[in-house]
Design a protein around this ligand. Sequence first.
Ligand code: PRP
Ligand code: ZN
Ligand code: MG
Length: 219
Amino acid sequence: MTDRRLRIAVQKSGRLADRSGELISGAGLRILKGANELLYRIENQPIDLLRVRDDDIPTFVADGVAELGIVGYNVLAEHFPDRDLEEMIVQRLGFGSCTLKVAVPNDVDYTGPQWLEGKRIATSYPNILGKWLKDNGVTAEIVEMRGAVEVAPRMKIAHAICDLVSTGATLEANGMKATDLVLKSEAVLIKAPHAPPSELAHTYDMLLRRFDGVTASTG
Ligand code: PRP
Ligand code: ZN
Ligand code: MG
């Protein structure tokens, strides 16, 4: 007898939240919304959903606080720039596609990554951008911002930005154009480094099979 339950870390709100919920429902898990906003119970399985900020998901899963997590590849790559991410990734989920791109104001005559030499670039992805700059032999100053990166050039905080682009509406609304692709991203299912407790192994395996089935059927 045990009351130990599996935990899946999911984004509480934001770009992946709805589709993550659909994946979980699609796998036959009945989500019981409780008074506790951080933790939702699954009614028909010994599973809880840990509902957190996307940026917290890589750490929670790597530390084993949650056995599984659904997170953007971009967030994972930023968090663990030096790890072999394939060891953490169980499967790619086929939703939440977006790209991390460098963008500059429309009036800039952009000639290639060398244009960025000695400039300031605002981003929420300093590790990924830092690597990309190095790969391209560019030395630039990275200005780290948590959000509203798109306003940085107008505020004269930076000459360029590196941010997620999905529809392109944010760039357009801010008078900017994308120049370089830095990273392609989509939602991924990640797992903790240690196997789940033995009494939950069956539930864990069932869950992975079902997620695989849902992903395969939705393309
Ligand atoms: C990202 C990014 C842009 C927007 C781009 O923000 O920072 O603001 O999406 O999408 P678009 O090309 O469709 O306009 P997100 O919604 O992830 O929120 P955040 O900036 O608060 O992290
Ligand atoms: Zn975030
Ligand atoms: Mg944004």
